[in-house]
Design a protein around this ligand. Structure first.
Ligand code: WQD
Length: 334
């Protein structure tokens, strides 16, 4: 939505193993409702590990005199929990998939890429506000794959004679939904993450939230995270693309967070207040791999990009709940 509002022509590639093709239908509806005329979104269903599939997408675009000028690479598996159970799948999809994509990009001289990285690559032996120069010590196969892809991108940058334009966006904790309530996250199965789980408790799907520990060294004893509205996150991608297009070739990594921390209890209380709903919870022991506090130092991103996160925790709770209320079963029901 953010890119289309900016006039970009999009080709979307997705295997849909973790998403619904109906999301693109909603994207078009959102633009139509805003009376924004858009070019047809070209959708290609396939797996990025399939080099021939990727090659055909780039070839078709070139033959149509519409060569792909940049890639925003989100395609990957993203559950820390699942990656611990199935590391080879994560290395295959995330790293082999990225390599397939990059080889085809190189072949078609498409050398601008915004990569969806993650704060999880900083590991767990720190607490507090993180700068990009912090040493990378991922503690899960998922985090390892994200760090590995950043390294591969750096090598593509170097072997090109520093001629690629690469931005690694290290997401902190994205939550919320598009304010129209027509587009939001729709995790398959039981969500590992806090916010979608809270939404399901509020809908009555689950009896209560389980809070993983209230004995952390934080203000109220529960985990503190840097939650960022998904629309502020989307805007950072558009800003990163604009930045890369308008500056010399470079390789940069940026923390995409708000610089503000919110505890589990604070998020629960805000959600209840804003959405006037009940949210029963129980306290359990800490979850393996969790850290007490994870907050972005986002000064570098603010200084480099024409971007500044503006949405509050209240906005995130309100928009996330609207999506759940209007789509209790996700995209499949209307
Ligand atoms: C947030 C807080 C939990 C669930 C993960 C990935 C990271 C990124 C974002 C991909 C913590 C607590 C959670 C629950 C709880 N994903 N919690 N009960 O762990 O900060 O980050 O998602 O890039 O890579 O590591 O997010 O939402 O799982 O947890 O008490 O049922 O909520 O302990 O303090 P996390 P989260």
């Amino acid at each position: 939505v953010s890119l289309l509002e900016d006039g970009y022509k999009l080709i979307v590639i997705d295997s849909n193993i973790n998403s619904s093709p109906l999301a693109l239908v909603r994207v078009k509806e959102i633009l139509q409702n805003k009376n924004i005329a858009i070019e047809e979104i070209i959708f290609k269903n396939g797996d990025i590990r399939d080099v021939n599939f990727i090659n055909n997408v780039f070839k078709e675009a070139s033959l149509a005199n519409n060569p792909i000028t940049a890639v925003i690479h989100f395609a990957g598996l993203k559950s820390v929990f699942e990656s611990v159970k199935n590391p080879s799948l994560y290395w295959d999809v995330n790293v082999v998939g990225s390599l397939s994509l990059l080889k085809v990009m190189e072949y078609y001289d498409c050398t601008t890429i915004v990569f969806s990285s993650s704060a999880t690559i900083y590991g767990d032996d720190w607490s507090g506000s993180i700068v990009e120069s912090t040493g990378l010590e991922p503690k899960s196969p998922y985090g390892n794959t994200k760090a590995a892809i950043e390294k591969i991108l750096e090598d593509f940058f170097k072997i090109s004679g520093n001629n690629w334009r690469v931005a690694n966006l290290r997401y902190f904790n994205p939550i919320g939904a598009h304010p129209s309530g027509m587009l939001g996250e729709n995790p398959l199965g039981i969500p590992n993450n806090l916010f979608p789980y809270i939404c399901r408790v509020a809908k009555g799907e689950y009896k209560n939230l389980v809070i993983y520990g209230n004995d952390w060294p934080t203000e109220d004893g529960t985990g503190v995270r840097d939650y960022i509205h998904v629309m502020d996150l989307a805007a950072s991608h558009r800003a990163a693309l604009d930045y890369l297009f308008n500056n010399e070739p470079q390789f940069i990594s940026l923390n995409i967070g708000t610089g503000r921390g919110t505890s589990v209890i604070q998020l629960v209380d805000t959600f209840k207040r804003i959405n006037n709903c009940d949210l029963p919870y129980v306290i359990s022991k800490r979850r393996k791999g969790d850290v007490p506090t994870l907050i972005a130092n986002n000064q570098y991103a603010l200084s480099k990009l024409d971007w500044s996160p503006s949405k509050s925790i209240e906005d995130m709770c309100k928009d996330g709940w609207r999506w759940n209320l209007l789509n209790p079963k996700g995209f499949e029901n209307r």
